[in-house]
Structure formats: structure tokens, C-alpha cells
Write a protein that binds this ligand. Structure first.
Ligand SMILES: NC(=O)c1ccc[n+]([C@@H]2O[C@H](COP(=O)([O-])OP(=O)(O)OC[C@H]3O[C@@H](n4cnc5c(N)ncnc54)[C@H](OP(=O)(O)O)[C@@H]3O)[C@@H](O)[C@H]2O)c1
Length: 282
């Protein structure tokens, strides 16, 4: 495993398990399988509505809590009641602090929420703070306004949209770029790009492993999501090879600045209005 040192000195495993769209027993088992195969970083969110199941996986995985890195996200409708929201997430996950606490989307009372985030760091309920789906300009505003800077920004990232300018800006500010949809949600077009298939033969690795290795080498943290035990094992088996500079360049030719998911203002207003009972889950 490789690690990032965040801007608060904390170590974060570069690769973690994504848990979006996994529920109940499936999410619980994915966490157990991942940790038993060497994962120490788990990404979850209140909006995934699986925190109880992920928490059962954490409790069962057999690794002490302090050896795990767990990310918690706060949904926009909770930005004016962050302390209650985070207390709920920690309770459902069965943990007493988050390694990384993120604002999930750039809509609503984001600065009020960050004030509460800072208090939670002071109280030991959160270690690092970060942003999800914010732009470069929005991130810069947090750097200007607050005593605790974002340690990480997570955005959609893969060879079709590597967002190199954003990564360079973040690097210059000591902020990690974390890739969600790192596999383009297992899009066949991406996994079967001729350049990727050529590299699978050259390195004796799967297309997914080539993509994950590319993320690590461009400096991304990466969160492949999987509920399949074989895939979970395969996805962490990427630290025993290195893509050459030439092969990194050939993957760079896939950049068309094309995202799979584009958030509109209308979507964000819906996110702000969405207030489910987060406890209503298995
Ligand atoms: N902050 C945000 O707004 C945000 C948004 C989206 C996602 N995320 C985070 O990022 C994580 C990753 O995103 P994602 O899960 O949507 O997309 P992804 O990781 O790009 O792709 C997941 C898909 O890839 C498949 N897959 C995984 N490993 C595979 C392998 N070795 N071979 C073949 N197929 C494989 C999975 O199926 P199987 O289950 O069958 O393996 C699943 O269908 C999420 O789980 C979540 O934690 C964050």
C-alpha cells in the first residue's frame, strides 16, 4: 500500500473501498472482505444509507479501529445541523471519530458547516476535513476563509477526465485529489480502450488494475467500489508493478475532459431539499 500524508500530518492509505450502492449484508461483507485483504481505508456517506452495515463490517473485520481510515460525508440538508448529523453517522458506524469529514456537495450553508467541522476537529470527533464535488475556485475560498484548510478534494476522475489542472492546483496547496468513479463505473468502453488492452498484455494485469495503477501514479487517491470478493482482492493487487512513463503518456491520450456525471443546479437544489431519516436502514 502507498500512503498520502495529509496537511495535518495524518497518514491516509492511497487506495480505499468505495461503498456506494451497497446495502445491508452486501455492504457489511464487502467491508470485511476488503479489510481481510489489506484495505485500511473505507469511504462511506450518510446518503449511501449503509452506515449501519458498514459499521457492522468494521466491527467484524478484526482490525483495531485506529488502524482504519474512515471517511464520513455530511449531506447538504444537514449543513445547518452538522453536529447532530456527524453524531448520527458515528453512532451508525459504531466509531467515535471520523478520520476524514467531507462536505458532500457545494450547495447550501457550506461555510456554516465548515465552522462546525472545525469545532469537531478541536473536540477530536474528526481528524482531517475535506470537500466533495467542489470546484477549484470554491476550494480556494475555504483556504482563504478558514484556519483549518481542506486536506482533500474528491471529484470524478479517470482517464477520460483526469483534470490535470485541478490536480496541479491542489498539489500546490498541499491538498490530495481523490478519484471517485475511478473505473468510470466499470464502463466497458473505458475498460476496453485499445491502449488499456495493450497494457493488460504487457503487464499481465487486468484493465481495472491498469486503471487503478494509473491513478496512483498520477498522484490520485482512489476508491474503487466493489461488492465482488474477487474484484475486491484484484483491486488492491496493484502495488507490485509500475507503468512506464511512455505507457502513462499513452493513457493520457484518452483525456477528452468528459465526465460521466455532470451536476446541474437543479440537481443540487434537489439534494438540498432531500431530508430522509438516515436511521431508516438495515
Ligand atoms: N463523493 C461523491 O460524490 C462520490 C460519488 C460517487 C462515488 N463516490 C465514491 O467512490 C466510490 C467509487 O465509485 P463507484 O463505485 O460508483 O464507481 P467505480 O469504482 O468507478 O466502479 C464501480 C463498478 O466497477 C465494478 N468493478 C469494481 N472492481 C472491478 C473489477 N476488478 N473488475 C470488474 N468490475 C469491477 C463494480 O462492480 P462489482 O461490485 O461487481 O465489482 C461496480 O459496478 C463509491 O463507491 C463511493 O465510495 C463518491
Amino acid at each position: 500500500m502507498e500512503y498520502f500524508t495529509l496537511n495535518n500530518g495524518q497518514k491516509m492509505p492511497a487506495l480505499g473501498l468505495g461503498t456506494l450502492r451497497m446495502f445491508g449484508q452486501e455492504a457489511e461483507q464487502a467491508v470485511v472482505t476488503a479489510v481481510q485483504n489489506g484495505y485500511r481505508h473505507i469511504d462511506t456517506a450518510s446518503s449511501y444509507q449503509n452506515e449501519k452495515a458498514v459499521g457492522r463490517g468494521i466491527a467484524k473485520c478484526g482490525i483495531p479501529r485506529e488502524e482504519l481510515f474512515i471517511t464520513v460525508k455530511v449531506w447538504p440538508s444537514d449543513y445547518t445541523r452538522v453536529r447532530t448529523a456527524v453524531a448520527g453517522s458515528l453512532r451508525r458506524l459504531g466509531i467515535d471519530y471520523a478520520d476524514l469529514l467531507l462536505l458532500h456537495h457545494p450547495v447550501g450553508e457550506v461555510y456554516t458547516a465548515w465552522e462546525s467541522f472545525q469545532e469537531l476537529v478541536d473536540e477530536g470527533k474528526a481528524r482531517a476535513l475535506g470537500l466533495s464535488n467542489f470546484t477549484k475556485e470554491q476550494t480556494a475560498e475555504f483556504i482563504r476563509r478558514f484556519r483549518i484548510r481542506p486536506a482533500l478534494l474528491t471529484v470524478e476522475n479517470h482517464p477520460y477526465a483526469p483534470q490535470n489542472d485541478l490536480r496541479e492546483y491542489l498539489r500546490s496547496e498541499g491538498i490530495v485529489l481523490e478519484a471517485w468513479y475511478p473505473l468510470g463505473h466499470a464502463d466497458h468502453k473505458l475498460l476496453e480502450e485499445p491502449v488499456i488492452l495493450t497494457l493488460t498484455e504487457k503487464y499481465g494485469k487486468s484493465a481495472v488494475q491498469i486503471l487503478l495503477r494509473w491513478h496512483i501514479q498520477i498522484g490520485n487517491s482512489v476508491l474503487p467500489g466493489s461488492r465482488n470478493p474477487e474484484h475486491i482482492r484484484e483491486n488492491i493487487d496493484i502495488f507490485d508493478f509500475c507503468l512506464s512513463d511512455e505507457d502513462m503518456q499513452s493513457i493520457a491520450t484518452l483525456d477528452t475532459n468528459t465526465l460521466y456525471k455532470v451536476f446541474t443546479d437543479e440537481m443540487r437544489q434537489r439534494y438540498l431539499a432531500w431530508e430522509p431519516d438516515w436511521d431508516d436502514q438495515e
